[in-house]
Write a new protein. Structure first.
Length: 604
């Protein structure tokens, strides 16, 4: 029995199964500016009273709540929507109430329709509800409503980002191979013309000398070897300093500002590790792991060994100062105009740390974006996204067959992952040269470029890609021979694959269907080598077909289903080759060269 001191009885309206939410509201879902949040809930009450419902929501810093109506769909399921229009953390909840006036009108209407004449008692109730005496006809003619028994669900959260967190083409380069910051700045107009949205720079900080790696990861460095940029820290400073050979802070800030003028974000690498020469090893030795014999423990990922870096110790007794120092590093670069960070190996650091750091940064600067470079177990990758990472590297690099790609994309699109996990399909990285690219030659690079750019709203290439660089350091390795991680090269924007990248980037910008992940439908081709899929539906549909075999031409069909909403027969335009065809619902013949592709829009 409830306590006799209870002033109000328990709520009779039940609000259940509110969606979307993550882990019972433990984490925020994700949206970008302008993307609606469609909210579903099961809402009911005992008896026959009329129930109404709404989504209540408010943006970052707002005290008052706005309201969007919910409509009854079927059974006890309701739906409503609101659209976040600025970056930051939003809140929402479902509210439901009894509309006593509507309930009374509905009951009175049934009685009048049944021919009941004795309604004096009912009209006395109406007088109480409306505050004045009314006839039955007057009651039925009213349209005002009433709120009683207002019941609310628990509050849920939405982390809203600017669109770059969802959609963008990334280009990665090592500044030391382009003449430092000034040399990179000279490439910005060409990168913008090619349609790249994010310029990602590996670490730009001083590089240590102790245990410096030589060419091809050699343990002994020669006098001219520049070392790995990920061996952060030296006599010129640590994570908040620049390598003097790359340029001054003024040159860096000018690079960032000019990029922004051209619509490009400069992304910095945030790698939480230190060379033996990093100032923190002298100033805060307690932040690092030591073995029982007192020696520092360098980083390892067997069989890989990183003798030139030490990881910080997140179990340090001084962990709070360590967390704060890392936060200040990010804030320092945000103060220099950086709004995108690619985070190195976040899965080897505590999830609560990332949840705290990202929240602290975005609380003041909600337009900051974090990309997680975590090639690890699915649960960890998903949890990092829940903890706040805006984007995530994926297993795309290792998905090369039709079956692998179909299975993986269905996992990304059809599961609950779209509520928080945003993929970034990098076709290659300085660490990953897949066997498919090693053995497939230029056709393999062309196929992977089209797949990355059309399957995922966010994708990227590392600057060796447009030259189809495909020589590994040894057979069975995914490391590049003469890797740019350990030596500087002479780079230029003249790779033969750049025109294809530029065309794909233009198509992505022109066609809104490529800005979304979930509007994907795979199409049958009757060939194990031809992968076909539609983005969008109706007149906005774009159909892609890729020959994933880089060695042999293949022919087959693209079967267009009625569900795409196309006319029975229609014209199509290949946006890559500019060719035009007549297609229809059903079977459409295709033949593609090794690694070849169609990107087909409906209509002339």
């Amino acid at each position: 029995m409830p306590s006799t001191s209870t002033r109000k009885p328990p709520a009779r309206i039940q609000i259940e199964d509110v969606w979307p939410q993550l882990d019972c509201g433990r984490y925020a879902i994700k949206r970008s500016e302008g993307d609606p949040v469609e909210v579903w809930a099961t809402i009911f009450r005992d008896g026959h009273m009329e129930v109404r419902a709404a989504v209540r929501y408010r943006g970052p810093g707002e005290r008052g709540w706005k309201q969007a109506p919910m409509r009854h769909v079927e059974s006890d399921r309701w739906v409503g929507a609101f659209t976040p229009d600025c970056a930051g953390r939003w809140q929402y909840r479902v509210e439901a109430w009894v509309d006593r006036k509507a309930s009374f009108r509905h009951e009175l209407e049934r009685k009048v329709a049944a021919g009941q004449d004795e309604l004096a008692g009912e009209l006395s109730e109406a007088e109480v509800l409306w505050g004045e005496p009314l006839t039955a006809q007057q009651v039925l003619a009213t349209s005002d409503d009433d709120r009683s028994e207002v019941t609310a669900s628990a509050e849920l959260r939405v982390d809203c980002d600017r669109e770059r967190a969802t959609f963008g083409a990334w280009y990665e380069l090592f500044p030391r191979s382009w003449g430092g910051f000034a040399g990179v700045e000279a490439q910005l107009e060409d990168l913008a013309e090619l349609g790249f949205d994010v310029l990602y720079l590996p670490p730009v900080h001083p590089i240590g000398h102790a245990n410096r790696k030589g060419r091809n990861n050699a343990l002994a460095a020669g006098p001219a070897d520049p070392g790995s940029p990920w061996a952060i820290g030296g006599e010129d400073g640590g994570h908040d300093a620049l390598h003097p050979e790359l340029g001054t802070m003024e040159e860096f800030e000018r690079l960032v500002a000019r990029a922004r003028e051209l619509g490009i974000d400069v992304a910095l690498d945030f790698a939480i590790q230190c060379s033996p020469d990093h100032p923190w090893l002298r100033e805060h030795p307690e932040w690092f792991n030591r073995r029982p014999d007192g020696t520092l423990k360098y980083a390892e990922n067997p069989p890989k060994r990183y003798q030139d870096i030490y990881n910080v110790n997140f179990d340090s007794e001084d962990w709070q100062a360590l967390w704060q120092a890392l936060l200040e590093v990010v804030r320092f670069w945000v103060g220099k105009g950086v709004r995108v960070f690619r985070v190195d190996n976040p899965h080897t650091k505590p999830v609560p740390f990332w949840e705290w750091l990202i929240h602290e940064v975005r609380k003041d600067d909600p337009d900051v974006i974090f990309l997680a470079e975590a090639f690890t177990r699915p649960a960890m990758m998903a949890t990092l996204a829940k903890a706040g990472f805006s984007q995530s590297y994926t297993y795309f690099t290792w998905k090369n067959t039709k079956w692998e790609l179909t299975e993986y994309m269905n996992e990304l699109v059809r599961s609950t992952l779209p509520e928080h996990f945003r993929p970034n399909f990098f076709a290659n990285t300085p660490d990953i040269l897949h066997e498919y690219l090693q053995q497939g030659g230029r056709p393999a690079f062309e196929a992977r470029l089209v797949l990355a750019a059309t399957l995922s709203p966010a994708y990227g290439i590392y600057s060796g890609f447009e030259h189809a660089e495909n020589v590994p350091v040894r057979e069975g390795s995914e490391e590049y021979l003469d890797s740019e991680k350990f030596e500087a090269k002479r780079r230029a924007l003249d790779g033969p694959l750049l025109p294809l990248a530029g065309r794909l980037n233009a198509i992505r910008r022109e066609r809104a269907v490529f800005r979304r992940l979930g509007n994907l439908q795979f199409l049958e081709t009757e060939s194990p080598h031809l992968l076909a899929y539609a983005k969008g539906s109706g007149p906005e549909t774009v159909i892609c077909c890729v020959n994933v075999d880089p060695h042999v031409a293949h022919e087959g069909v693209v079967i267009v289903p009625v569900s795409l909403g196309t006319p029975p027969a229609f014209h199509v335009h290949d946006l890559l080759s500019d060719a035009r065809f007549d297609w229809r619902i059903g079977r459409n013949y295709v033949r593609l060269a090794p690694g070849g592709s169609h990107v087909i829009a409906i209509g002339r």
